[in-house]
Design a binder for this molecule. Structure first.
Ligand code: XMP
Length: 512
């Protein structure tokens, strides 16, 4: 089946991906396209069910600002303009956009006209919306009417029902806008006529069919890291091509306790060629004497490729190399000039010495939460689907200084205890990433009647939405206390536990 589609035209706004995710939460498929790549002819040829203009950082009056062919409003496809997109619609259609007497930023009380289909009867007369603008629409274009206002903005939203054109100065996609998701949903369902046909079950069916058509009788090779993306990809390919898939799981020996076995257990039962390469010795060898974090990363990345290539050579020529690229990796900002498409690699770059004809990236249109939903649909176990982010180089960048077998064992045990205590107490659910770090520092302690001189373990737990900024998690003292007592009691080589209470910035989430 093919889905009804919304085209999100990106004018360089900071929330472009968020808009797309919200649209998909409403069960509607959408694609983000930079405004430079949009042509009216293209839209006419394959008209989407609706168009959404994102915000953008500029003023419509700047010559360098993004503009749009006015004919886009004539093709009969509904349009919703958001923030800059709203101003652009007003400006292009002959309304007036001016500098607001005061900028509105953040939560703003907004008064709604409930006859507008975006708002509807269930909404209160006023509610909080999220604003972020210095210009505003001071006069609506001909044929439009204002349908929301704030103390500052006479036109916080406007509509032209006949032409199916709508605009909001505020950001309905941001959580702080009360009823924002309902507004988007109403635009999609009541204005664009979308039925909500984007479900993971139907996506899985379509993706499996498309992979089969493309791959034919060919062979597919996949580097399986055990992370969410490559695991879901393996499951999808397994359903699509079965034993013509070879998944090479390079176990670099820096995974958490039992993790390598969990990955193996998750894939052993599938009808694919699953190859686990226990390469811990090779990696340790490569890292001998190395304590600089960037050198560690580089060497692990290189060795990952080496091991993968060595295994791939045993298989010989394959037709397709599968990559776990996901949508956030390929969305370009509408403001950017460069058409760079990033490839997603958990550990290193692309192998140079693997003989393949083409790359396939079946997850390239999915967001992370959709990848997880797909994994569940395909029957992957929860511990894989809900695996928290784990850096490609693994525990190697959580051991400060040189890596040894002994240090790896200490860290694995301490980390497992910390995670177990957080999970058991229910605290883990509100935390986005949590782990232990083995510092390179030893200090004096006393155990029984003996003096000890052992390592200090640091515990790190953060809350974050984007991993660009993070706060340390306010873990209850009793949970920290239990974890610390168990770690010093059960793990030989540790006599001190500290909790990292720095935010990012200035610290980072990982210690290396
Ligand atoms: P930082 O430490 O930069 O981490 O605050 C932000 C997020 O990125 C993860 N991270 C990595 N992921 N390879 C990866 O695949 C790496 O080398 C790497 N370093 C950090 C980190 O775990 C956190 O989620």
């Amino acid at each position: 089946m093919s889905y009804q589609k919304i085209t999100v035209i990106d004018f360089g706004g900071q929330y472009n991906q968020l808009i797309a995710r919200r649209v998909r939460e409403c069960g509607v498929y959408c694609e983000v396209v930079p405004y430079r790549k949009i042509t009216v002819d293209g839209l006419k040829k394959e008209p989407p069910a609706g168009i959404i203009f994102t915000g953008g950082p500029n003023s419509v009056y700047l010559e360098t600002s993004p503009h749009i062919d006015p004919e886009i409003f004539e093709i009969g496809v509904p349009v919703l303009g958001i923030c800059y997109g709203a101003q652009l619609m007003a400006y292009t259609l002959g309304g007036r956009v001016s500098t607001a007497p005061t900028s509105e930023y953040g939560k703003t009380e907004t008064f709604y006209d409930k006859k507008c289909v975006l708002f509807g009867d269930e909404m209160p007369d006023s509610a909080v919306s999220w604003m972020s603008h210095t210009d505003y629409i001071s006069e609506v274009p001909e044929g439009f009417e204002a349908v929301a206002h704030t103390a500052v903005s006479p036109v916080a939203a406007m509509q032209n029902v006949r032409r199916k054109l709508y605009a909001t100065q505020f950001h309905p996609e941001v959580n702080h806008t009360e009823f924002g998701l309902k507004m988007l949903d109403s635009f999609l369902k009541n204005v664009c006529g979308c039925t909500g046909d984007w479900t993971m079950e139907s996506y899985a069916e379509t993706a499996i069919r498309e992979i089969r058509e493309r791959v034919g009788g060919g062979k597919v090779l996949l580097a399986l890291s055990g992370g969410v993306d490559s695991s879901v990809l393996a499951a999808l390919l397994a359903k699509a091509v079965g034993s013509r898939l070879t998944a090479i799981f390079v176990d670099h020996g820096f995974m958490r306790k039992n993790e390598g076995d969990e990955v193996e257990a998750a894939f052993r039962g599938w009808d694919i060629n699953f190859v686990r390469v226990n390469a811990a010795a090779r990696f340790l060898n490569k890292l001998e004497g190395i304590s600089d974090p960037e050198t560690k990363r580089k060497r692990i990345g290189e060795e990952f490729i080496n091991v993968f290539e060595d295994e791939a050579k045993k298989i010989g020529r394959v037709d397709f190399l599968a990559q776990g690229t996901i949508y956030p990796d390929i969305i370009e900002s509408g403001a950017g000039d460069a058409a760079v498409i990033k490839s997603h690699h958990n550990v290193g770059g692309l192998p140079e010495h693997v003989d393949f004809k083409e790359i396939i990236e079946p997850l390239r249109m999915l967001f992370k939460d959709e990848v997880r939903a797909l994994g569940t649909t395909l029957g992957l176990p929860e511990n894989i689907v809900w695996r928290p982010p784990f850096p490609g180089p693994g525990l190697a960048i959580r051991i400060i200084g040189e890596i040894t077998v002994e240090k790896l064992e200490i860290l694995r045990d301490a980390d497992a205890i910390f995670r177990e205590e957080l999970e058991k107490s229910g605290v883990a659910r509100g935390i986005n990433q949590y782990f232990a770090v083995l510092t390179n520092m030893r200090s004096v302690g006393v155990m029984g009647d003996f003096r000890t001189y052992d390592y200090t373990v640091a515990l790190r737990a953060v809350t974050t939405t984007d991993f660009m900024t993070a706060d340390f998690a306010k873990i209850p003292y009793d949970v920290l206390e239990r974890a610390a007592a168990r770690i010093v009691g059960e793990v030989r080589g540790i006599n001190r536990v500290v909790y990292d209470v720095t935010t990012k910035p200035p610290a980072t989430i990982e210690w290396e």
